[in-house]
Design a protein. Structure first.
Length: 110
């Protein structure tokens, strides 16, 4: 599904482990409670995405547009956000275990 136009898609509780959604347009998607271990979302547009309680261990979100996305209560262990736009992103009660390697190199955050 790399490069797909999936605006407004509802992936609530979906199992997307290892999926490739690189470069996809996913504006306002619902990924709440989704299992997305090792998902590839590099350069994807996830503007206003609902990722509440999503399982994003080892997810690749490099260079993604995450403007106003909600990662509340999500598990982001070992996720990467290199170059991602994190403006207005919500990380409320987000699970980041001690062993977490969460990379925000060159990320835009306000």
């Amino acid at each position: 599904m790399s490069g797909s136009d999936l605006n407004g898609v509802n992936f609530s509780e979906a199992k997307l482990n290892g999926a490739n959604l690189e470069g996809a347009n996913l504006i306002t998607p619902n990924f709440s409670n989704a299992l997305m271990r090792s998902i590839k979302l590099n350069s994807a547009d996830l503007t206003k995405a609902n990722l509440t309680q999503a399982y994003l261990v080892r997810a690749n979100l490099n260079w993604s547009k995450l403007y106003d996305a909600n990662f509340s209560e999500a598990n982001l262990d070992e996720a990467t956000f290199i170059g991602a736009n994190l403006e207005k992103v919500k990380f409320v009660n987000t699970t980041l275990p001690e062993s977490t390697r969460l990379y925000f190199s060159f990320a835009t955050a306000r």
